[in-house]
Design a protein around this ligand. Structure first.
Ligand SMILES: [Fe+2]
Ligand SMILES: [Fe+2]
Length: 148
């Protein structure tokens, strides 16, 4: 998860450069892949695998529900935005330059990913490290690596 978050941080940097007006077709294609595949899959992995594991293994005083409620809500907002940004990038590759509203959307989306990442790195992952033992995580890690 941490490694994926590192990759997401790089994608955020690229999104910000794109929002600033940089155009590079290979970078756009990388971003489209990231937005429509990697990020969507990452959200799915967290919602469907990590969050239920945490619910099952955290203690009442970890206050996990409010944390997961916030993160799930951000996932629900992020998914359609990621796809919308990917469509903007596709259109730009097709010869229609990004409009100012599209660039603003990309900039605020990048900022939202960055906040989400920072919160997960600061609050979620440390808790997962303490509460989820290697034995609990192993089947999930195996499924993840089989898929990639
Ligand atoms: Fe997340
Ligand atoms: Fe994440």
């Amino acid at each position: 998860m941490f490694a994926e978050h590192q990759r997401q941080r790089q994608a955020v940097d690229l999104l910000l450069r794109v929002a600033g007006g940089e155009f590079d077709a290979a970078g756009f294609r990388r971003l489209i892949r990231f937005l429509t595949k990697d990020l969507i899959q990452h959200i799915e992995d967290e919602d469907a695998e990590l969050f239920p594991l945490l619910r099952a293994h955290c203690r009442a005083d970890d206050d996990i529900e409010s944390m997961l409620a916030r993160l799930s809500a951000e996932h629900d907002e992020g998914r359609p935005l990621a796809l919308a940004v990917a469509e903007d990038l596709e259109r730009a590759l097709g010869g229609n330059p990004l409009t100012d509203p599209a660039r603003r959307k990309i900039k605020s989306f990048a900022a939202a990913i960055r906040r989400h990442l920072a919160f997960e790195n600061a609050a979620l992952l440390p808790l997962a490290e303490v509460r989820l033992t290697a034995r609990v995580v192993a089947p999930w890690a195996r499924r993840l690596s089989e898929r990639r």
